[in-house]
Design a protein around this ligand. Sequence first.
Ligand code: DC
Length: 221
Amino acid sequence: MMKHGFNLAIDGPAGAGKSTIAKRVAREKNYIYVDTGAMYRAMALYLIRQKIAPEDTEEISKACMQAEISIEYQHGEQVVLLNGENVNAYLRTEEVGNMASYSSAVPAVREKLVELQRKLAKTADVVMDGRDIGTVVLPDADVKIYLTASSHTRAKRRYLELLEKGETADIEQIEQDIKERDYRDMHREHSPLRQAEDAVLLDSSGLTIEEVVERILDLCR
Ligand code: DC
């Protein structure tokens, strides 16, 4: 396979800090940050709007063909377009996240989005984060990171994030949701979340953002 650009893959469970870390690394290196979770979330938003049930695999397979997902960059920020509409503002809710964890298990959804992700990585230097980047999307990535943290740490981070946005949240409910989402992400049949054999394991539980970023920049050198 012809390869262009530097590809850094960051995988790990929900709330491990992937997007924060990936954004910083991208800024440092002047790479493009590709948030693949946002693509799965945009697809989930489409399915919610179509009133499709999370367990209805058959309808999801059909409906996803009608959702055209693409991405653009505005002032260095990834903007996700769903049938031409900028849907960034609707993606980071628990409802969309929960639907995404079901719909992302459907092969038709994955095929469509993986194709888009590979195209992006071919044409530019990218930091791409997700669940299957090092294992499936970019198996030849130059550097692979598996970023994790305890479910308690991750729940606390999500909780603070929601408070900051002025939303109320129940930390125990969040931790419960995180555990269930981990289970679904790790045990699904297609492209489950797992550490690639050649990925470097980083546990961010006791580390600051800067420390994690430094470790990754070191690995890229
Ligand atoms: O990282 P996130 O919370 O935005 O991801 C939303 C959902 O999408 C999550 O349940 C896992 C799924 N996902 C995936 O299956 N593969 C990816 N590469 C990225 C996300």
